[in-house]
Write a protein that binds this ligand. Structure first.
Ligand code: COI
Length: 355
């Protein structure tokens, strides 16, 4: 593990006075973690410094060819005031898998995790207290070689920034409305859909914008080949409930292997629900929603936590799921997952890392 040099800010910012108005990713803490990579030298210069802009050459490869990957994880404040992380090592391991596909260097996960913990200790007062709030952690890696030839960069920057957040959707735990995207696709077989690369999100913005203009919170992506099978929502994986059975798209290389997705599948089974991964035909899902066979739908994600879906729209048709409110399974899983994350429930799966 690398030594981490700490330089503290002498201009601490005022903390947000109203924790009910945090929103998502709008405010950043006083410090950030950085480390550099150079081929032949590896990761070096791990450091915590005051949060601020850094210089980037206009010819840096990330700005042209988009080698940029990121992660999202959270730090939670327990009722006793203590702080804890949820599966942070799994996020960093996933980042290394994204890096491999994007021809970027494997992360020094040990130093990154230690840097993350030290950074949070330095900015501990920024972890909000209010129910449902947390400190969102955004590890990011970008290519820094200067030049316009298309090849793998030899230099990279890894950084972590922190943001106190409330709910990702303005609806909070209230059900969101989702539009099934039938024109654009997010990812294709053999592509980069399973990675958390910035381009996946860039590619989603147009469809998201159009859906928003139509009054929907997000789009549900279908597979890139037949445009028939459910993939994910970009900011969350999707799950559907049929009575006591939960089904979700299997990991097929084009959807994100969500850490919340994985946790929810395990918790669901531990709670006595059936949970299956498979190929989900949107036409069947829609027909089942109309007939009432499909009783609930919800998304899972670090930012989104568990977000119930109240309305699903496909072309010109809309269907309200269940009674349009928060379903029983969504609520149970939300209470269980957040209970573990905030330390109200025991962590029987070894997911919590106390700070
Ligand atoms: C997360 O859930 O952490 C995400 O990265 C989703 C989104 C905010 C891009």
């Amino acid at each position: 593990m690398l030594d981490i040099k700490v330089t503290l800010s002498d201009h601490l910012k005022a903390k947000p006075a109203d924790e009910s108005a945090l929103g998502f990713g709008r405010i950043f803490t006083d410090h950030m973690f950085l480390m550099d990579y150079e081929a032949g030298r590896g990761w070096h210069d791990a450091r915590i410094v005051p949060y601020g802009s850094f210089a980037i050459d206009p010819a840096a490869m990330v700005l042209h060819y988009g080698q940029a990957i990121f992660e999202g994880t959270k730090c939670y404040r327990r009722a006793d005031g203590g702080l804890q992380l949820f599966r942070p090592g799994d996020n960093l391991a996933r980042m290394s898998r994204s890096a491999e596909r994007m021809c970027m260097p494997k992360l020094d996960e040990e130093t990154a995790l230690e840097g993350l913990k030290q950074l949070i200790r330095v900015d501990a007062n920024w972890v909000p207290h209010k129910e449902g709030t947390s400190l969102y952690i955004r590890p990011t890696m970008i290519s820094m070689d200067v030049g316009l030839g298309v090849h793998a960069s030899k230099k990279y920057l890894f950084f972590i920034i922190l943001s106190p957040v409330g709910a990702y959707y303005k609806e909070g735990l209230k059900p969101v409305s989702i539009y099934v995207e039938d024109e654009y696709v997010r990812a294709v077989r053999g592509g980069v859909g399973f990675t958390k690369c910035a381009g996946n999100y860039a590619a989603s913005i147009l469809a998201g914008d159009i859906a928003e203009q139509k009054g929907f919170s997000q789009v549900l992506w279908l597979d890139g080949v037949e445009q028939k099978y459910v993939e994910e929502v970009g900011s969350m994986n999707m799950m559907f409930a049929y009575g006591n059975k939960i089904v979700t798209p299997r990991l097929n290389g084009s959807i994100l292997p969500g850490i919340t997705r994985d946790s929810v599948l395990k918790l669901a089974r531990q709670l006595g629900f059936e949970a299956e991964e498979g190929r989900l035909d949107i036409n069947e899902i829609f027909a089942d929603a109309k007939s009432g066979k499909l009783t609930e739908a919800f998304g899972t994600g670090t930012a989104a936590v568990i977000s119930p879906v109240g309305t699903l729209a496909l072309k010109d048709e809309k269907v309200v799921l269940g009674d349009g409110g928060i379903g029983k399974i969504s609520q149970k899983l939300y209470d269980t997952l957040t209970g573990i994350q905030y330390g109200r429930l025991p962590d029987e799966n070894g997911w919590i890392v106390k700070l």
